[in-house]
Design a protein around this ligand. Sequence first.
Ligand code: SF4
Ligand code: SF4
Length: 623
Amino acid sequence: MPEIEQESLFRIDKSACVRCYNCMRSCPVNAIVIEEGKTKPSILEKRCIGCGRCFVVCDSGAVSYRNSVDEVDKFLQGEEDVIALLGPSIAAEFTDITDYRKLVAMIQALGFSHVQDVSFGVDLVAKGYAEFTRNFKGKYYLFANCPVVVNLVKKYHPDLLGNIAPLVSPPVAAAGVVREKYKGKDVKVVYFGPCIASKDEIGEYHGSRAIDANITFLELRELFKRYGIDEKNYEYEEFDEPLGYKGALYPISNGILQAGSIDESLLSGNVISADGHNDVMEAIEMFEKQGEEIKHHLNLFFCEGCVMGPGMQKRGEKFYRMAMITDFASRLLQDFDYTQWQKDIEHFQLVNLHRTFVADDQRLEEPPEEEIARILALVGKKDAPNDSGCGMCGFRSYREFAVMVSHGLAEPEMCVDYALRVKEERIKILTDSNRKLARDQRALLREVKESRQEINMAREARERAEVVLFQMNAGVVIVDHEFNVVESNQAFIDMLGEETREIAEIVPGLIGADLKTLLPHSFHNVFNYVFEQDQPVLNKDIQMDERLLNISVFPVRSKTVVGAIVRDMFRPEVQQEEVINRMTEVIDENLAMVQKIGFLLGEGASKTEKMLNSIIQSYTNKK
Ligand code: SF4
Ligand code: SF4
């Protein structure tokens, strides 16, 4: 399931977000943040002014706005008449439809009972602005047609609330007109426009000015698709009356001035028009700081005129669209019944165009200067002039960026310069550690090679030892500290008899066998002693059955492995060997004494020695 934020006008589907952060950079009021511990952006609805820039710049389709198509569809399925209010920007959006009258017919085909051009609402509102400008009473106003501009003032310039012209926007005026016209009837009113912020704006009006749903031109296209509406199937139809006059020029920023015949002369006029988010924000800031010096009302549109509204197809060409609007307005004015229009304007004067505003202050407290300085130093902009900035992060100055960082509404990494520096440092650390790793790897390979050589040498030595071990006449056994046999030779196995030989056929070398089950208890003590004392016991004679075994036990690995050499003293070759050994011992032990005796007896002593040596020699030869 896509993770979609609830209840907001705009949403970001995190699963579709590719983390390009275009939305964050394009948001003019920093309403999009990356929450702590997350990597994908979220919209702070309270801060959002509904401009739709995030939606327009998001090419991955992660940003979307509240869709009202189903709601309108439901109205169309209901009993009540549904009236369409059509914004004049249609001429800039539906350039693929040959004539506006076809569009009217297509909307009727959807099930709308009436199609009203909002241009007449523009004419009414323009008249209101004309009053303000002509009867100047010492107060300059910000025109309140663009809901985004109104939101911007309410949230970020609430001190200017009293300077917003207290007039409704044209769609609301048009709603007042149709509500008046169809007074007493249960009707639903749906506004089709290029704006997304107006979806929230309509929520402020009820009763005689209520708009029940607002869908964008993009959503209107969705409806056409859903209902399979194609222009080739329809004949021309006209808008319902009252028809607008120059109100059709409204999508071009100064169109409302022309609709109200408001003086646009640079010399005699008192209204400045501005559009596009940069100019509008700057104009409002100037108006707040130096309104009394500027001495002009401001006619403002956050987009570059409604011809470039976010609810229209993306990447529209502004000047082509403007041409489409003027063409549309000219066609409406051919054979225009001006007298009827004047009567209509007169009649609908009773529509209430007045409105009030409530502040929704979202300004942030200025952080302490030291905090700003710390952040600027972090991103390497400590010495940059106060109002300078590269604009890459979407903030207008380094200082503004630092303020946002201190409030947790921006990340230092959004500074491209800083992010690159951090990346370079990381690359350097990685390169260094890669080099070190390569060095370590080479050393390791050397060690592995040496170890292999050592292992081979050890294996060869072991093989040689095994050969020697197995060729010995004496029995050899090696056991671990639990008395399990680690190694034993054939002589040892033979020494223990037939039963042990059979075991050895199944378990070669008796490896793993318990020595305690193979040798009598008297042997265990000797092994135990060697394990405990870590000292050898040599040449110990132990009786086993009818045999006398001579055993030497010695530590192989301190207290964990011991080895034993066992000789059967009754075997002839052992007897001979033992006689030789023991006679050699006798000779050695008594040598001093023999020498003394020899010294005393002269030649007799050396004869004794010779005699003993000859006995030894004779045994050795036999062997
Ligand atoms: S513009 Fe779209 S894809 Fe890019 S960060 Fe914003 S939501 Fe994600
Ligand atoms: S609609 Fe505008 S103000 Fe709101 S989050 Fe998107 S870019 Fe920011």
